[in-house]
Structures are given as C-alpha cells and as structure tokens.
Write a protein that binds this ligand. Structure first.
Ligand code: ATR
Length: 290
C-alpha cells in the first residue's frame, strides 16, 4: 500500500478493529496485518481495550470513524447485539458475535465465524460428517458457536457435556428443531469416559489455555482408532487433552486451525478476497513464540 498516495489522493485505507478486555496477548491484529500485506489490501487494524461501561460509546465512535469491520472478543461477544443492525444465522443461534462487517447500505452486520472456522478444520480432516456423533465439552462462547455449525451441517448427533448442565440445557433449547440433528445433554459427574469408536470429541472449554498440563476430567478407553479428538485451545497447540487422545490411537486436531480459519472468514466478509491461510498461521505461530 502506498501511504503517501492514499493520504494525498485517496482513497483512505479501510479501518478495522478488535475490541475486548483484556486484549493484551491477543495476536489478531498481527495476523490481519500480515494478511493485508500479503493480499496487497489497503487496510489498517487497531487493537482497543474498552471498559465494559464504555462499549456503546466505543462502538458509536468506531462507526463515526466509518470503520469497515472488526473483531469482538470477551467480554463483548453478547453485549454488542443492541448496537448492530443485522445478524447472520450463526450469530443469532450462537448468541455471540465475533466479527462485524460494514454492509453496502452503511449498516453493520454481526457474524460468528468461530464455529465455521472450526467446522472447516474438522471437515478438512474428516470429510463427510453426516454419520458422525459428536461429544462436545463446554457450553460457553466457543462451544455454542461450534454446536451451531455442527447442527447446521447436520451431523447425526451432538451430545453436550458441561460442568454447569443448565447452560448446556439452554443451548439445547436454542438448537432443537433447527435441523434433523439430535441434540441432548449428558451429566458430567466424575471422569467422563470416551469408549465408543467413531466419535468426534471436542474440547471446547477454556481448560488448558496457557497451561499445557491441565486437562478436563476425561479418560479415553484403549484402541479408539477412529475417534477424532479436537481442542479449541490454541496456546499451547498440543494440549494435555490431545496428548491423552493420541495415546489411545485417536486422530487429533488442534485449535490453531480454527483460529486461522475464523480470521480467513472474517477477511472474506470484509474484503471479498480470499487470504492465504498459511501466511496467517505463520503470523500466529510467531506471535505465540514471544
Ligand atoms: P469461551 O469463550 O472460551 O468459550 P466461556 O464462554 O467463558 O469461554 O466458557 C468457558 C467454558 O469452559 C464453560 O463451558 C465453562 O463451564 P461452566 O459453564 O460450567 O462455567 C468451562 N470451564 C471453565 N473452567 C472449567 C473447569 N475447571 N472444568 C470444566 N469446565 C470448565
């Protein structure tokens, strides 16, 4: 991008943002900047820490600056709903927005690309999911987004297992009847034993983030050659959960692919262009080494 030309003759670069609290430790800006450079797209991305009681003011300010889009992270994924004009089905069903895009008519649309990013990684690994049963641990933001996409792509069954069962029940209520996928909850009392071959098992709680020794209370029976074990935790990439699954022969899928893919989908929303996922993955790997 030729900055001098943009300043003197226009058009000005498109502005993008990430809002959250805390945001230090979030490498999205770096990933997006590397992608913009690689795509030769004139975009500028800023990372902003917003106080929770300033969310409305912050979004009004960003809109006044004519931002072209942005990312939303904790604790604002649900709180942004009143300040946006329209929502994708993924955002509505998961009750969370992680990506905002300026539309041609000047309105702002909320989307959720987390679950779609996960699904893309899973499909790349497994192919057709229609015969698969999925055990999904968690019922927070990440788990909800994933559950929505699993149901929309019509996997055979989703079983939600969460420490607080009521949260899983509430998610089931939102998803029941959306498609023909069977959705239910199971209690998580003591160690949850994975013993059925062919399952897709998704670790979508926050346990294990920044702690390579921590793992949810789960055990795998021996000889599960056809189990796919996935973790949404991306730092570390090789979590204790994935190591445990690999020990019994399961195939594993780490959280980095989901993180990259949700960014790819966001960039597609914003620019209409397809960025290079490898450039973005390399940027993240560099950031996590710091
Ligand atoms: P995220 O956006 O990463 O999904 P979140 O919305 O705060 O974060 O959700 C965190 C998830 O991790 C929840 O499912 C939470 O379980 P509860 O609903 O019972 O709180 C789960 N979680 C957090 N700590 C956990 C632990 N020690 N054991 C099991 N689950 C845990």
């Amino acid at each position: 991008m030729d900055t001098l030309h943009a300043l003197m003759k226009g058009p000005l670069p498109s502005l993008f943002f990430c809002i959250g609290n805390p945001v230090v430790g979030n490498p999205t800006q770096y990933m997006m900047e590397e992608a913009f450079l690689d795509m030769n797209f004139p975009g500028q991305y800023i990372t902003c820490e917003v106080e929770p009681n300033q969310l409305q003011t912050a979004l009004e300010g960003l809109k006044a600056l004519k931002v072209a889009g942005g990312n939303v992270t904790a604790p604002f994924k649900q709180l942004v709903f009143p300040y946006l004009d329209s929502f994708t089905e993924s955002a509505r069903l998961s009750n969370a927005v992680n990506c905002i895009t300026l539309q041609a008519d000047g309105t702002y649309q909320g989307d959720n690309t987390d679950g779609k990013g996960f699904l893309q990684s899973l499909q790349e690994q497994v192919g057709n999911l229609s015969e698969r049963r999925v055990v999904l641990f968690g019922a927070g933001g990440a788990a909800s987004a994933i559950a929505v996409e699993l149901v929309l792509c019509e996997v055979q069954e989703v079983i939600l297992v969460n420490r607080t069962r009521e949260k899983a029940e509430a998610l089931v209520q939102r998803l029941r009847g959306v498609t023909k996928t069977t959705v239910s909850t199971q209690a998580w009392e003591g160690t949850y034993q994975i013993e059925e071959d062919g399952l897709v098992v998704v670790q979508a709680t926050s346990v294990g983030l920044f702690d390579e020794k921590r793992c949810i209370d789960v055990a795998f029976s021996q000889g599960l050659q056809d189990v796919i074990a996935c973790d949404v935790v991306f730092n570390p990439t090789d979590t204790a959960f994935l190591k445990r699954a690999r020990e019994v022969g399961a195939t594993t899928l780490d959280g980095l692919g989901m993180l990259v893919n949700q960014g790819v989908l966001g960039l597609q929303n914003w620019t209409g262009m397809v960025p290079d996922a490898l450039v973005m993955k390399t940027a993240l790997e560099k950031a996590f080494k710091l």
